[in-house]
Ligand binder design. Structure first.
Ligand code: PXL
Length: 282
């Protein structure tokens, strides 16, 4: 019998919009992993393009009490996965959570959700970016897209780059303090899109690519991070984590295309979840 793996995901609930916890919980659970959650905020929708006047209830004050209760129970997790965080104070509290629940034999994965297409998401500032940079220094894995890379490293955003540029960026990201930076949404030629990782422990690069679909699909970053988290919790090697996450994210994009008019705000991960279950078993 293999031990049941347990992950905790710390991010918001966007009640409508298919991102953050409404993606992480079903996806990681489908991979056969127990998924605990700490909701950092409740929003009526996500804050991405197309939604306005959303509600935002901040739950920062609840996080220390949840952590204290869990500590008193001696709860432990194979992985700690953070996504969208809503305030500077919240990033600090999540950092304390890492100190309490991070261990030699588990991993911390930070998806530094900051923005997309060269811009920060609504409400984020340079001070917030600085806090997120500090949080990244405590992570085993960070999974930024090119926009997030540009803010984390304070370099210009570009959509035109080559393999050497990405390798150089990944090394610089590892110098922030995280062991394995993974850059998502990498596309050199307009034909293939994927992810490239650098394992600073063995000085090796890993990559995985699928077909590029030249259109923006909201929530695909959260799908990728959730699958990568699940695969890492199952103990899959880095190359396999990338392959599963790239393949399933691509499947979700394919599944979304016929429904894009109705679900412009999120991706139809539900329609191909059986593929994910298959990839995990392969
Ligand atoms: O998909 C990332 C994400 C998560 N949570 C909230 C967001 C976004 C991106 O827009 O607004 C609230």
């Amino acid at each position: 019998m293999i031990d049941m793996k347990k992950v905790v995901s710390i991010q918001d609930i966007s009640c409508f919009g298919k991102c953050s916890l409404t993606v992480a919980l079903p996806i990681i659970s489908a991979m056969g992993i127990e998924t605990a959650v700490i909701p950092t905020a409740v929003l009526s929708t996500h804050t991405g393009k197309g939604f306005e006047n959303y509600t935002f209830r901040d739950l920062t004050g609840d996080i220390p009490a949840i952590a204290d209760h869990w500590k008193s129970m001696g709860l432990q997790f194979n992985g700690i996965y953070t996504g969208y965080l809503g305030s500077i104070e919240q990033v600090g509290i999540v950092s304390d959570f890492f100190d309490s629940f991070g261990r030699e034999d588990n991993f911390i994965l930070v998806d530094p959700v900051l923005g997309d297409s060269g811009s920060l998401y609504a409400g984020f500032t340079n001070e917030f970016v600085a806090e997120m940079r500090k949080l990244c220094s405590k992570a085993d894995y960070i999974l930024p897209n090119m926009t997030e890379v540009s803010f984390l490293l304070d370099i210009p955003y570009t959509e035109v780059y080559d393999e050497d540029y990405v390798k150089d960026i990944l090394k610089k990201l590892s110098e922030l303090g995280c062991r394995v930076p993974v850059m998502t949404g990498v596309c050199y030629d307009g034909v293939r899109q994927g992810a490239v990782a650098y394992d600073s422990a063995n000085d090796r690069y890993y990559s995985s690519f699928g077909r590029n679909v030249d259109r923006h699909f909201h929530g695909t970053g959260d799908i990728f991070s959730s699958v990568f988290t699940g695969a890492a919790a199952l103990g899959k090697p880095l190359q396999k984590c990338l392959d599963i996450a790239v393949n399933y994210t691509y499947d979700c994009i394919e599944a979304t295309i016929p429904h894009f008019e109705e679900t412009w705000y999120g991706s139809c991960f539900e329609l191909c979840i059986e593929n994910l279950i298959k990839y995990v078993k392969e």
